[in-house]
Design a protein around this ligand. Structure first.
Ligand SMILES: *[C@@H]1O[C@H](CO)[C@@H](O)[C@H](O)[C@H]1NC(C)=O
Ligand SMILES: *[C@@H]1O[C@H](CO)[C@@H](O)[C@H](O)[C@H]1NC(C)=O
Ligand SMILES: *[C@@H]1O[C@H](CO)[C@@H](O)[C@H](O)[C@H]1NC(C)=O
Length: 514
C-alpha cells in the first residue's frame, strides 16, 4: 500500500460523509452548498400532505466503502447499518416510483456487497425484500424490464437499463439458494436471451429497446450513457460465474470485435485512441459521431480486464505475457491501454478534471486553441466563457479512476498510481467545499470554478473507492475473487448451483436498414 495516499483518500471520504451525516442523514441525495438532503420519492396522504422518505441511496451506496476503509469509519458504519435495519423498511412502504436500473445498481448492489463483505444476514434480508419489490418490473408480457416497477406506460427502455440487473439478481438468487428461490435468476437471465436474439451482425447493439416485444429501436450504438453497462455486464456475467457460462464470452467477444472494427478511432494530431458513437443516418453508410462521454472511459479498463479473463483455465501474469493472451485479448489489451491515455488527455483542462463529454476532431476541422475548452485533438461542444454547456461539467464521476485502478492492478505499473493521484488532487483542489462535502463543478475549463449544489452518491461508492483501492494493498478485493457491479459494489465470483437456462448462442441478424 501507499499508506500516505490511501489515508488521504480516507480523509476525503470522511469529509464527504460527515457533511452528509450532519446535514441530511437518511436522505437519498445530498446538496452540500445549501446543506440539505432530498429524497427520490414522495407520497401524498389522503389529507393532501406531501411527505418523502429516503430509500437509502446515499447510505447504502456508501456502506461497502466504509467497510473497506475499516477502523477510521467504524462508528459511521455502525450508524448507517442501524439505519438500514430500522428505517429502510419504512421508506420502502412509501415508495411511489423509482428507477428500476438506479435502484438495482445502487441499493440492491450496495446491500449485496455489504452482505458479502460483512456476512451480516440483515443485509441479505433487506436485499431479498428489495428484490421482491423490484420484480414487477419484469412483468407479464414484457420482454425487457420496465424503467419503473410500478409504471409500465413507456414502451421503450435503454439497453443499459435492461441488461444491467443481472449481476445483482443472479447473486441474490445464489445467496438465497437455501430457499430455492430461482425466480430472481431466471427473470434477469431471460432478458439476456432476448438480447442475444436481437444482436446485430456487427455484434453491436443499439441503445434503445422496445419493452413490449424486445426488438431494437432505430438508435445509436453507445459506449456512453444508455449503452455502456450492457457491454460491461456481458464480460462481468462471464466472470461472475467463474467463467462457466461461455455464452456471455461469445456475446462479449462478438461485441468487442464490432467495437474494434467500428468505434475505435485515432485522433489526427497526437494520435490518441478514442471511442466514438455510431449514429445512424438514413441513406448513409457513415455512422460515426466523434462524441466521447466520460462514462465511455470505463471501456479502457474493461478491455484490459476482458483480455486477461478471456482464457479458459490459465491465470494471467501481472502484467500479462503476450503468449498468455488470445489474439483478441492481445488486440483488446493494447487498445485498452491506449484508450486510457486518450481519457487521461481529457483531464488536461484548467482544473485537471475531465468534462462530462468531449468531441474529437477530424483532421479536416480547424482547431481553435484560443477559445475555452478548445484543445488540438478534442473540444467541449458549446464551450463559452458566459454559460457553460452540460458537457463542460464534472459531476464527480468515477469512470477514468475506475480504468486507472484496473490498469494498476493488471499491470503493476507505477504510472497508474501517479494518474490516480493527479485525479484525486484535482478533486481536492476544485470540488472540495471547505465547510464540508464535495460538489459538481459546472465548467472544468473556467476559473474560478462555479458549483452546482449536488454531491452524487457515486462519489462515495465509486470514485473514492477506486482511488482508495489504487493505493491500498492489492490483496484488498482480489480481482480473482470479486467482480464489481457498475456502481463499484464488489460481488463474489462463484460457481453456479442454479442451472442456467440461457446457454445457446444465436446467429446474428443483419444490420437494420440493410
Ligand atoms: C428524506 O427521508 C429521510 C428519511 O426517511 C427523512 O428523515 C427526511 O426528512 C426526508 N427529507 C426530505 C427533504 O423530505
Ligand atoms: C413496441 O412493440 C409493440 C408490439 O410489437 C408495438 O405495438 C409498439 O408500437 C412498439 N413500440 C415502439 C415504440 O416502437
Ligand atoms: C473456479 O473454478 C476453478 C477451476 O475451474 C476452481 O478451482 C475454483 O475453486 C472456482 N472458484 C470458485 C469461487 O468457485
Amino acid at each position: 500500500a501507499d499508506i500516505r495516499k490511501r489515508d488521504a483518500v480516507v480523509k476525503a471520504f470522511q469529509h464527504a460523509w460527515s457533511a452528509y451525516e450532519q446535514d441530511a442523514f437518511g436522505a437519498d441525495e445530498y446538496h452540500p452548498i445549501s446543506h440539505r438532503g432530498s429524497n427520490l420519492t414522495t407520497s401524498t396522504s389522503p389529507s393532501g400532505v406531501r411527505t418523502s422518505r429516503g430509500i437509502g441511496y446515499t447510505i447504502i451506496d456508501a456502506l461497502d466503502t466504509m467497510l473497506l476503509m475499516g477502523e477510521p469509519l467504524a462508528p459511521q458504519y455502525e450508524k448507517a447499518k442501524a439505519w438500514v435495519k430500522r428505517e429502510l423498511p419504512r421508506g420502502w412502504m412509501r415508495v411511489g416510483s423509482v428507477s428500476t436500473f438506479e435502484t438495482t445498481i445502487r441499493t440492491l448492489g450496495g446491500l449485496l456487497s455489504a452482505y458479502h463483505l460483512s456476512q451480516d444476514p440483515m443485509f441479505l434480508e433487506r436485499a431479498a425484500e428489495l428484490g421482491a419489490r423490484l420484480l414487477p418490473a419484469f412483468g407479464e408480457g414484457l420482454w425487457a424490464p420496465a424503467q419503473k416497477p410500478n409504471r409500465r406506460m413507456r414502451t421503450d427502455t435503454s439497453i443499459a437499463e435492461a441488461a444491467t440487473l443481472q449481476l445483482e439478481f443472479r447473486y441474490l438468487a445464489h445467496a438465497l439458494r437455501e430457499w430455492n428461490d430461482k425466480e430472481f435468476w431466471y427473470k434477469a437471465e431471460h432478458v439476456m436471451r432476448v438480447l442475444n436474439q436481437e444482436r446485430l451482425e456487427s455484434g453491436l447493439a443499439p441503445h434503445k429497446l422496445n419493452t413490449t416485444d424486445g426488438s431494437f429501436l432505430w438508435s445509436s450504438v453507445r459506449m456512453g450513457s444508455s449503452g455502456d453497462s450492457y457491454f460491461e455486464y456481458l464480460l462481468k456475467q462471464y466472470i461472475q460465474t467463474n467463467r462457466t457460462e461461455s455464452v456471455y464470452l461469445q456475446m462479449y467477444t462478438d461485441a468487442m470485435r464490432g467495437v474494434q472494427e467500428h468505434m475505435v478511432q485515432r485522433s489526427p494530431w497526437k494520435g490518441h485512441t478514442y471511442i466514438t458513437e455510431l449514429v445512424p443516418v438514413p441513406g448513409r453508410d457513415d455512422w460515426t459521431g466523434a462524441k466521447q462521454d466520460h462514462l465511455a472511459c470505463f471501456l479502457a479498463g474493461s478491455l484490459m480486464l476482458g483480455a486477461t479473463r478471456n482464457l479458459q483455465h490459465l491465470r494471467a501474469s501481472v502484467p500479462p505475457q503476450q503468449t498468455e493472451l488470445t489474439a483478441e485479448g492481445r488486440r483488446d489489451w493494447k487498445v485498452g491501454l491506449a484508450l486510457l491515455e486518450g481519457c487521461m488527455d481529457t483531464t488536461k483542462t484548467l482544473t485537471g478534471l475531465a468534462p462530462e463529454s468531449v468531441w474529437w476532431r477530424a483532421d479536416d476541422q480547424q482547431a481553435l486553441p484560443d477559445e475555452p475548452g478548445q484543445q488540438w485533438d478534442w473540444y467541449i461542444m458549446g464551450a463559452s466563457k458566459f454559460w457553460p454547456p452540460y458537457d463542460a461539467r464534472y459531476i464527480l464521476r468515477p469512470e477514468i479512476a475506475e480504468s486507472v485502478f484496473l490498469a494498476w492492478r493488471l499491470t503493476g505499473a507505477r504510472r497508474y498510481r501517479t494518474y490516480a493521484w493527479n485525479i484525486f488532487t484535482a478533486i481536492e483542489m476544485y470540488c472540495r467545499l471547505p465547510e464540508g462535502g464535495y460538489a459538481t463543478v459546472m465548467d472544468v475549463d473556467n476559473l474560478p470554478v462555479k458549483y452546482e449544489d449536488k454531491q452524487e452518491t457515486f462519489f462515495l461508492s465509486e470514485t473514492l473507492k477506486y482511488l482508495y483501492l489504487t493505493f491500498a494493498d492489492e490483496n484488498v478485493l482480489d480481482l480473482n475473487e470479486v467482480v464489481f457491479n457498475t456502481e463499484a459494489h464488489p460481488l463474489p465470483i462463484f460457481t453456479p448451483t442454479i442451472k442456467p437456462r440461457f446457454t445457446e448462442y444465436s446467429t446474428l441478424k443483419p444490420a437494420p436498414g440493410t
